[in-house]
Design a binder for this molecule. Structure first.
Ligand code: GDP
Ligand code: CA
Length: 322
């Protein structure tokens, strides 16, 4: 039964960093969690539609994620991929045997004309995921990365080339024509608290926000907006966000994140090591709170989830008092 006293928390999340935050929040029993995920990493492989960030959320929240990698299922095999390799297919995109089952199911449902959001919801339900996973749009949006050789797909950059090339430009194909889902718009409008996970601001959070209607819904939502920094002491925990930010002329640290989100963000949770950045963040009109924001295990995730929600509750009180 739905707890009527629970705080409605809406989380914006990408893949690995997003899923860690989602797990931490899912561990709290005084909130009702809704997650708006990223679909701009989606692509077709071997005729199947793959949605890596949504699957990372699903597998993590189902407790079935490969903990070492942070993505993919635990206890996986590569026999399907081995056959594809034998058949001469390019198999740089790591897709596990069990994982293939989900991609087959998703592709089959899409071919029937079912909404990607409904498919994601049904998958989450079948995996026993409690929080609600929403898509920002049911339309196709795909991140493209410009490197010196030209525009390439996000997974080509991220997986095949291991983020090695310098990023010259980013774009989200299809985003201008994309329509937001009603579910995502209501999750923002009806939230008591909006949290942005420590996900890559440029390729995980940006495609959610740039879906027409989403940024407006976020900005006009009455809920306090609080983000957790993906940077600790000027370094990312994992991935290319630092080099992407620098390449695009943004500061690759918590100040850069605050700057990106300053138009609508109330508070940024930064690491204790970044205490010295608080003043600069404040000068952007963003408050900051400090915590240990490295999430190594479930206890770290739950603690950071608890603290972030409590910082949010303080914002709520201040908002009411003002
Ligand atoms: P992706 O879609 O798999 O690339 O994952 P996200 O975009 O959701 O998250 C990537 C970001 O998560 C990177 O910029 C990391 O710095 C950040 N990240 C990963 N683990 C942690 C962590 O434990 N704490 C914090 N604060 N950030 C993290
Ligand atoms: Ca991703």
């Amino acid at each position: 039964m739905r707890d009527e006293t629970a705080l409605n928390v809406t989380l914006l999340a990408g893949g690995v960093g997003g899923a860690k935050m989602a797990e931490g929040l899912a561990a709290l029993d005084d909130i009702a969690l809704t997650i708006i995920g990223n679909v701009a990493d989606d692509d077709a492989f071997h005729g199947l539609w793959v949605s890596p960030d949504i699957d990372t959320l699903t597998y993590s929240l189902a407790g079935m994620i490969n903990r070492q990698q942070g993505w993919g299922l635990a206890d996986e095999g590569t026999r399907a991929l081995d056959i594809l390799t034998m058949l001469g297919e390019d198999t740089w995109m790591m897709l596990g045997d069990k994982d293939f089952g989900l991609h087959i199911y998703r592709t089959m449902r899409r071919a029937k004309g079912d909404r990607p959001s409904e498919i994601a919801r049904d998958v989450a339900k079948a995996f026993g995921v409690k929080p609600t996973i929403l898509l920002p749009t049911d339309d196709q949006v795909q991140t493209k990365v410009r490197i010196d050789e030209g525009w390439i797909s996000f997974q080509d950059y991220f997986v095949r080339r291991k983020c090695a090339p310098e990023v010259l430009e980013l774009k989200f194909d299809g985003i201008k024509a994309a329509r937001p889902t009603e579910e995502a718009l209501s999750a923002l409008a009806g939230a008591d608290l909006i949290i942005v996970a420590p996900s890559n601001p440029l390729v995980s959070i940006a495609p959610i926000l740039e879906t027409p209607g989403i940024r407006e819904a976020l900005t006009s939502a009455p809920a306090p907006k609080i983000a957790v920094s993906p940077f600790i002491a000027g370094k990312v925990v994992k991935g290319p966000a630092d080099r992407m930010m620098a390449a695009l002329g943004l500061r690759a640290d918590a100040v850069g994140v605050a700057d990106r989100y300053a138009d609508w963000l109330d508070c940024l949770v930064i690491d204790h090591q970044d205490e010295a950045l608080s003043e600069e963040i404040a000068s952007l009109g963003v408050k900051s709170q400090r915590s240990n924001i490295l999430m190594k295990d479930l206890a770290d995730k739950a603690r950071l989830g608890r603290e972030t929600v409590d910082f949010g509750r303080e914002q709520l009180k201040e908002g009411r008092a003002a």
